[in-house]
Design a protein around this ligand. Structure first.
Ligand code: FE2
Length: 280
């Protein structure tokens, strides 16, 4: 494993750090198998199908906003054809699982916690780690959706800004299957948007009109399975659609510093029923 001693400095200069060989093949295999079980047990009618178009937005909002303290599957946007039928088997149609597996599922918890991650996040400058969110991202073959330029601090507003993203490659990620692209040093640009919830509806609020980086400023982060990419909450990043025949599974954790004030307007809230915790 590469040295992570200078992690904080690298987040300040580049906005991200790539740590190869962080997770073993066995740990990855266990997480992938558990994710497959969750998808297998998932009933698609819970997330689609039986409501009128007028209800659709409200329902989608509730399904998403309610997922912060539980485990839910979300479909790829292109999962269904014009007749509402899945184009690919269910197991190849899910965009992601979110957002509390690290607290509710023993296999995910094992992958997401421990002294190694605790030490790493402290070296990133977070003294009181609060792990708010986990996401298992499938980036399915052929239909894996694009994720446009954004900054993760948009979704995890703290004062001061503290959110750090841990992005674990569960498979090789490269330009052919929709790897991450980042703007090196882009964490020095302002936060463009803040995502807030008002009256149980989530919406983006524009904070700054700085344009997203041009293609020339984007750098692909091509990594092998087992690599951990750590990035600053204000680092602009995106990923392209996956039109290849190979999936691009990844797992992410979002961590803020408990010493900072976590906004009540953030979509993901925790309460005494499922309090936010650290890595150990
Ligand atoms: Fe992101």
């Amino acid at each position: 494993m590469q040295t992570i001693g200078a992690l904080r400095e690298r987040l300040q200069t580049d906005g991200f750090a790539v740590i190869e060989g962080f997770k073993s093949a066995a740990a990855i295999a266990e997480l992938r198998a558990r994710a497959a079980e969750i998808v297998e047990a998932f009933d698609p009618s819970v997330a689609s199908g039986v409501f009128s178009a007028a209800d659709e937005n409200e329902r989608a909002d509730e399904y998403f906003l309610g997922s912060g303290s539980t485990v839910r599957c979300f479909f790829e946007e292109e999962a269904f054809d014009a007749d509402g039928e899945l184009r690919q088997p269910k197991g190849l149609s899910i965009n992601k699982i979110g957002h509390a597996m690290h607290d509710l599922d023993p296999v995910f918890e094992r992958f997401s916690r421990g002294p190694e991650l605790d030490a790493l996040v402290r070296r990133a400058g977070i003294a009181e780690p609060h792990v708010y969110q986990s996401m298992y991202i499938f980036k399915q073959p052929h239909i894996g959706g694009e994720v446009r330029w954004h900054q993760d601090a948009t979704y995890f507003w703290t004062e001061p800004q503290t959110v750090v993203t841990l992005w674990f490659a569960l498979e090789r990620a490269d330009r052919t299957n929709g790897c991450l692209w980042v703007q090196r040093g882009g964490q020095r640009t302002p936060l463009r948007e803040r995502f807030v919830v008002e009256n149980r509806v989530g919406k983006p609020v524009k904070l700054d009109s700085t344009p997203w980086p041009s293609e020339a400023d984007a750098e692909p982060v091509e990594v092998e399975a087992g690599t951990l990419v750590v990035f600053h909450g204000r680092l602009p990043h995106y990923s392209a659609p996956n039109r290849s025949a190979v999936s691009r599974h990844a797992y992410t954790l979002h961590v803020v510093d408990g010493r900072a004030a976590y906004a009540r307007e953030n979509w993901l809230q925790r309460d005494a029923a499922l309090p936010v915790r650290g890595f150990v």
